[in-house]
Design a protein around this ligand. Structure first.
Ligand code: PLP
Length: 404
């Protein structure tokens, strides 16, 4: 059981008032809030350890390097990667996806196929379109059903020996659907395709075991797991990362440079050109420590309670429709009120101190599927409460009266 009252004390921002009302933060799927324990790590880093890493012989640089590499090992352990060099520090999920998409340019030719899902975030669509343009490969899309679930029988039909890559998110940011990635990975491997899973939305709710999943690449962002923005990780199987060409040229990623030829540094440095977000990486490690100390099983159980309660309460509102009704979903509710634009609801909720997301959630194809301009999305974290959900329900009722 979570002690939510105690947990809330860790998050100074939750004391804020917005338009004179206590902040109710329900935009956790866009970014999570940061606990004092992580804020402290950032302050201590810049107060005591700030130096560039991997280069200096001086003590400060060595201390900063140690902290950064310890963070990498924390990330490795968290995701259960076999080697720490399989963890590439990135600026976030988008960076990790682009790194892999760019690298695959070397492996694809005309006639090859890439499969993605209809549940993807824009950042998971555009890089593959660009990769297809560069290589002549073709993009195929796994469709969804009315519940917002991938139709696996259609996926099976799309797979063939032409399939070289499959990309899916672990959990949809727009609808909260948990995708059956175990099956997706296994089927892809049967035809010899590699799989990249976008875990940005899954990592706040569960702990992916990359060896158990047997996934080839897995990406995540720290800022959705109580860490800072601008840092994330790409896990890649050693054999893939060895084969994949570097993404960016620069300092730190080379072994030897002459004007005739450059040889690349060993993993993970081959993919880490330039000075990284050192403080962010260390804070990412601290964020995982924080979440693990609370425990992901307890977090998931509590968030599920919030989801069930909010689903029940919101469904009772006449004219309210929820999109994404899979039995396998996380604490995200995307909804609309009949005849009212989601943006108008979001604006009124903000006036009452409630932060939700409105719009297409970077997932326009899903909105097209449901033939709607967008939704109001309330996404819950382990520091939210049923009392806050009551505030949302009463605010939605008020918005409905004002707008209809
Ligand atoms: C947030 C999100 C991203 C993008 O993450 P960035 O940190 O902005 O790079 C990608 N995919 C999903 C599913 C997301 O939720």
């Amino acid at each position: 059981m979570l002690n939510v009252d105690e947990i809330r004390k860790d998050f100074p921002i939750l004391d804020r008032e917005i338009h004179g009302k206590p902040l109710v933060y329900f935009d956790n799927a866009a970014t999570s809030q940061t606990p004092q324990q992580v804020i402290d790590v950032i302050v201590v880093y810049y107060s005591k350890y700030n130096a560039n890493i991997h280069r200096g012989v001086h003590t400060l640089s060595q201390e900063a390097t140690d902290l950064y590499e310890q963070a990498r090992i924390k990330i490795q352990k968290h995701f259960n990667a076999k080697h720490s060099h399989e963890i590439i520090m990135t600026s976030g999920t988008t960076h990790g996806i682009n790194l892999v998409a760019s690298g695959f340019t070397a492996f694809l030719k005309k006639g090859d196929e890439i499969i993605i899902s209809a549940l993807e975030h824009h950042s998971n669509i555009v890089p593959w379109q660009m990769l297809c343009e560069r290589t002549g490969a073709q993009l195929k899309v796994i469709p969804i059903n009315q519940e917002g679930e991938l139709i696996l029988s259609e996926y099976n039909k799309l797979l063939s020996e032409k399939t070289k890559l499959v990309f899916v998110n672990h959990i949809s940011n727009a609808l909260g659907t948990i995708n059956p990635i175990e099956t997706i990975i296994e089927k892809a491997h049967q035809v010899g395709a590699a799989v990249l899973v976008d875990g940005a939305q899954a990592c706040p709710h569960l702990v992916p075991d990359v060896q158990d999943l047997n996934v080839d690449f897995y990406v995540a962002s720290a800022h959705k797991i109580c860490g800072p923005t601008g840092v994330g990780m790409l896990y890649g199987k050693d054999e893939w990362l060895q084969k994949l060409p570097p993404y960016q040229g620069g300092g730190e990623m080379i072994a030897e440079v002459t004007f005739e030829k450059t040889t690349y540094a060993d993993l993970p440095h081959k993919f880490e050109a330039g000075t990284p977000n050192i403080c962010g990486g260390i804070a990412f490690g601290a964020a995982l420590d924080y979440m693990n100390a609370i425990g992901f099983d307890a977090i998931a159980a509590y968030e599920n309670e919030l989801l069930e309660y909010a689903t029940e309460e919101l469904s009772a509102i006449d004219g309210l429709k929820i999109y994404g009704t899979s039995e396998h979903k996380t604490s995200v509710i995307s909804f609309n009120l009949e005849g009212i634009h989601p943006y108008d609801i979001g604006t009124i909720l903000d006036k009452m101190g409630i932060a939700v997301r409105t719009g297409h959630h970077c997932a326009q194809p899903i909105m097209d599927f449901y033939k709607i301009p967008g939704t109001v999305r309330a996404s819950f974290a382990f520091y939210n409460t049923k009392k806050e959900i009551d505030a949302l329900v009463s605010a939605v009722n008020k918005a409905k009266m004002m707008l209809s």
